[in-house]
Design a protein around this ligand. Structure first.
Ligand SMILES: [Zn+2]
Length: 329
């Protein structure tokens, strides 16, 4: 897979341009509060500034995170009103929808089905937190059967899901009542949501309150230890307005275990890191990667991508965790 297929340069560049403007418009004068590492609680060290935001790196677990951080209300307003959020939800989404369905959502649905099958949990009811337009839900129902519930706070997206016949809870997870979720064993999933969370600890606390022994939580998020983010650092396009937390395989384990969940699997099955580096070669800070990209053949690039992913150093991270204890009969 190539980055161009899911993020065409022209459309993506326009989104990044709008996002840089919105960072000033929506957060230029806002009051900010410092926060400790969202994974382990250590005090972070300043890493760099970008678009008026300060990023810190945790010296203990290498989590990269925005601190000090504007209040949550500012982000709600940004997501509701801003030009870049609207552009992402309309033009960017429209231009890439079919490619993303095929290249991203279908494989994700297969990945989730395989993990559930492997754990004897094929009968768990899948609940997609932040399910957007319901494409994962459609693909999952198509290949695995069973019904998926979508938790989606955006009224437009929620309506799109209802029009597709999906079961929708139109709320932020933080406000969902347990009685509105299906009873029986549950597998919660969330995709590319964690990096956006204003307070990942509040989110996990709430999620944990809905989980019973044997329930699963499977999610994908950006890893800040991914080779493209490490080599590009503040020049990485992943480091943009909406992304506040970059956990990594080590720190995400600390995070979920601190909520009493047991880690079943942490992997980085990404396919794009080396391609992203090729596309952004002039912005790479590290000399090895800059010169390697200049000389490598396509076969070498593929081999390195596979190696990076297998060793846990792709920026696309997949985490499976379970609520411990014996299942109720
Ligand atoms: Zn930390």
């Amino acid at each position: 897979m190539k980055e161009e297929e899911i993020r065409p340069r022209k459309v993506f560049d326009e989104y990044l341009r709008l996002a840089a403007e919105d960072a000033e418009i929506y957060f230029g004068n806002t009051k900010r509060s410092p926060l400790p590492c969202p994974a382990c609680g250590e005090t972070g060290k300043h890493a760099f500034d970008k678009h008026g935001f300060s990023y810190e790196e945790c010296p203990a677990c290498q989590t990269l995170f925005v601190s000090p951080r504007p209040p949550a209300e500012d982000f709600f307003r940004y997501y509701k009103e801003s030009a870049s959020a609207r552009y992402f939800g309309t033009t960017f989404y429209r231009e890439t929808a079919e490619a993303r369905r095929e290249k991203l959502w279908r494989p994700k649905a297969a990945m989730i089905r395989d993990v559930l099958l492997g754990r004897g949990a094929a009968g768990h009811h899948v609940i997609d937190i932040g399910g957007g337009y319901g494409i994962f839900a459609e693909e999952y129902q198509h290949i695995a059967g069973g019904e998926v519930t979508v938790i989606e706070p955006g009224p437009d997206s929620a309506q799109v899901c209802r029009n597709k016949g999906l079961r929708v809870v139109e709320r932020f997870l933080e406000m969902v009542e347990d009685s509105s979720l299906p009873s029986g064993p549950r597998a919660f999933v969330s995709f590319e949501l964690f990096e956006h969370l204003h307070d990942s600890r509040v989110f996990l606390e709430r999620l944990r309150s809905h989980m019973r022994p044997g329930d699963l939580f499977l999610f994908t998020t950006l890893s800040g230890m991914g080779v493209d983010i490490q080599a590009l650092w503040e020049n990485s396009n992943s480091v943009s307005l909406q992304h506040l937390n970059f956990f990594n395989p080590r720190s995400v384990r600390i995070l979920v275990e601190s909520f009493g969940m047991s880690v079943v699997k942490i992997a980085t099955p990404g396919m794009l890191d080396v391609d992203i580096l090729c596309r952004s070669r002039d912005a790479i800070k590290d000399r090895f990667w800059r010169n390697f990209i200049a000389q490598a053949t396509p076969e070498m690039l593929n081999a390195w991508q596979s190696f990076v992913a297998s060793q846990g150093f792709s920026s696309h991270m997949f985490v499976v965790c379970e609520c411990p204890g014996s299942m109720s009969p």
